[in-house]
Design a protein around this ligand. Structure first.
Ligand SMILES: *Cc1c(COP(=O)(O)O)cnc(C)c1O
Length: 688
């Protein structure tokens, strides 16, 4: 139901002024009072308006095949990449995001704020899955794909993390203000989901994801149940990402994304060829699609428009919901259909969302070669439809300014890496160019200085070996592995040279095991108090894309410790190699592919495909021993390379940094989206 709009009366739309054309396509709630000054005849929050108009027209056109991409979360790093501006006032809630620090440098306070408080990124993500979704939109935009994304406007974000003095993590609501967030606009179109007990109304918001050259746009539509016409209990459904107090709450969030998302696309008049589900959260979308159709989709139906990216490495991680709950919410017709496509193998009274997504998709992909093998073993009956498309990162977002300048200085040898990321492989041919080696090393030092400046109260030194562990805190990622045997760590530092360790990450508020790991780290850090000249540990609160970008570009080594084969892909290491930061990792996820080249060092137990998998055996003692053994070698090479103020440019270390940057030519979302086009979408909806 497109809104009637006075400008729609124009005889020839193409002759309308640009802003009127835009408004006829994107009617904004409260435009005159709140957004008119942000959207001029030519610009949208400082960006070219024409790009939006053509994206919106393409999405409505029957001539251009379009994709709808569904994801529960999006990490757009909107403040570090293509940051939009607002001329009107911005709520202080959006203006800053602070990070406090917990360290073994007791002389200072435990609680200090990192100075560079930065503007809040759109707080609608929790970690890697969301950042991947955000990077996917940016690369789709760069490639000129006609794509619209669907997500949820989380009114309280994920959560704001505070540490309690030595005692663990205290989650708080992330307070922010959508109405003054630069670039975010509320639409006057609303949709409603009819449930058995009540109707849930959804407001729609839009955020525009611009390409690196600002000529293309991917609109992101965000669903929001916080509207006055809803009951108080319905209004808070979109308050907190991954709120999981009970199954009803979780199922409602999935209903909003899947069913509400499909209704939103219809209400906006978009013509969609392929619906792409990023993970199974939106699997109910196919139920909405099938409504009123007699030819419900079957696995082999070439007309079925769904495709699916599976990120879940093991069956235990799959979402399952009781049929009885679905019956109460969505009715018996929905149950019949969902049982047909999503019945759990072990318990027929449950609907398994992974199976549902698989059985209603024409094609799907797993997110690394290793993950593909595991997934094919688990689902042999559909193995032919499971493609292998390794995740990536959006290089223009994650490559730091100093490294980008060096690459730009060598453009003639490398090529236009922003628009053609695969050209980064040419970096390998510069491996014996001493000017380039110097340039990359200096760029890294500049980044490291920045980190030291930020953490100067903790006395982080630019010459000391520095490594970081930063990601979502979950048991299988083994966050405290490096602190497993503190005596051994100290012995390495005393023998080879000082070690600086930076740690950051949030644990889901209901993840007790995650809390245990945080507490273990906090007390290990506390225990190192009197050894801070040998091993200095700094734990940063509130890990987000800002801290991620800071760390992946400034430390010497990126530590990754998942228990194989539980890391389906992993992406933070890809951000690090793009900046010449070396990997110290177990052999899992994307590293299985990356380790073909010397981009760092591998340690720990390795999983063979036929072996049973068990998350309860974390192999901490065994793998920590292996980690320390390799670490000693790594720290040794570092101090042979970095001698006081001097660098030995011929060092193997610098060669590896260059190999790492060259490997980023593969581990990026431009390559990934190109593979989506050929392998799972089966069409190349690229604009002229
Ligand atoms: C990249 C990123 C992640 C993913 O880290 P992994 O090591 O791949 O799990 C998580 N959180 C943030 C904020 C990120 O930027």
């Amino acid at each position: 139901m497109p809104q009637a709009h006075p400008v729609g009366l124009h005889a020839d739309v193409n002759k309308m002024p640009l802003r009127d054309r835009f408004l006829s396509l994107v009617p904004i709630e409260g435009f005159e009072t709140r957004y008119a000054s942000e959207i001029s005849q030519e610009t949208f929050f400082g960006f070219p308006l024409a790009a939006i108009v053509s994206a919106e027209e393409n999405l409505r056109s029957s001539q251009v095949p379009s994709i709808a991409y569904f994801s529960m979360e999006y990490g757009l790093s909107a403040t570090t990449y293509n940051a939009m501006t607002r001329t009107g006032p911005i709520s202080p809630k959006n203006e800053s995001e602070s990070h406090r620090v917990f360290s073994n440098l007791r002389a200072m306070d435990y609680y200090l704020v990192v100075e560079a408080a930065h503007r809040l990124d759109l707080p609608i993500y929790s970690g890697g899955l969301g950042v991947l979704a955000g990077d996917t939109l940016k690369s789709a935009s760069d490639r000129g794909v006609s794509l619209v994304a669907v997500g949820i406007l989380w009114n309280e974000g994920y959560f704001h993390q505070n540490f309690w003095f030595k005692d663990g993590q205290m989650p708080q609501a992330d307070e922010w203000d959508p109405a003054t967030y630069p670039g975010l606009i509320p639409l006057s179109v609303q949709v409603a989901i009819e449930l058995k007990k009540e109707t849930v109304h959804l407001r729609l918001w839009k955020y525009m994801v611009y390409s690196v050259d600002r000529t293309h746009v991917v609109p992101l539509v965000l669903l929001d149940s916080n509207v006055e016409s809803n009951s108080p209990s319905a209004r808070v459904l979109t308050s907190q990402l991954y709120r999981s107090d009970n199954a009803h709450w979780k199922l409602m969030q999935r209903t909003i994304l899947g069913i509400g998302g499909m209704k939103a696309l219809a209400a906006l008049d978009y013509r969609i060829e392929r619906f792409h589900l990023n993970e199974g959260h939106a699997a109910l979308a196919s139920l909405e699609w099938a409504k009123g159709r007699t030819d419900a989709p079957i696995e082999e139906d070439p007309k079925a428009p769904f495709v699916y990216t599976c990120h879940t490495p093991v069956a235990a991680g799959h979402d399952r919901f009781p049929l009885i709950l679905i019956q109460e919410m969505l009715g018996s017709e929905a149950c019949r259909w969902l049982s047909r496509f999503g019945q759990d193998v072990e318990d027929e009274k449950l609907i398994n969302f992974t199976l549902l997504a698989m059985n209603t998709s024409r094609q799907m992909n797993a997110v690394s070669k290793k993950h593909t093998e595991i997934t094919r073993l688990q689902f042999p009956h559909i193995r032919d439809r499971i493609h292998s498309i390794t995740n990536g990162v959006h290089l223009p977002t994650w490559i730091s300014q100093p490294v980008a300048s060096v690459l730009d200085r060598f453009t003639e040898r490398i090529g236009d890496w922003r628009r053609q990321p695969e050209s980064l492989r040419n970096v390998q041919s510069l491996v014996s160019d001493s000017d380039f080696r110097r340039g990359i090393w200096d760029a890294h030092q500049t980044n490291k200085q920045l980190l030291c400046q930020l953490l100067k109260r903790w006395n982080i030194q630019p010459h000391a070996f520095t490594l970081a562990w930063a990601r979502r805190i979950a048991a299988y990622k083994r966050p405290s592995l490096i602190l497993h045997d503190v005596e051994r760590l100290l012995a390495i530092a005393r023998k080879v040279g000082p070690i600086q360790l930076l740690v950051a990450g949030k644990a889901h508020p209901n993840d007790d095991l995650g809390f245990t790991h945080i507490n273990e780290m906090l007390s290990a850090i506390d225990g190192l108090e009197s050894h801070r000249d040998d091993v200095r540990v700094v734990m940063l609160e509130n890990y987000d894309t800002y801290i991620a970008k800071l760390l992946v570009s400034s430390v010497d080594v990126w530590l990754n410790t998942p228990l194989p084969p539980f890391e389906a892909s992993g992406t933070s290491g890809m951000k690090a190699i793009a900046n010449g930061v070396l990997q110290l990792s177990t052999l899992d996820g994307w590293m299985v592919e990356a380790a073909q080249q010397p981009v760092g060092w591998i340690f720990g137990w390795q999983h063979k495909i036929e072996e049973p998998i068990d998350e309860r055996n974390l192999r901490l003692t065994q793998d920590a021993a292996s980690l320390y053994e390799v670490l000693e070698e790594v720290v040794g090479l570092y101090y042979q390379t970095h001698i006081g103020d001097r660098v030995v440019l011929e060092s193997e270390w610098v060669t590896r940094m260059i190999t790492a940057i060259a490997a980023a030519s593969v581990f990026n979302t431009d390559r990934m989206v190109a593979q989506y086009e050929t392998n799972i979408w089966g069409l190349r909806p690229v604009l002229p």
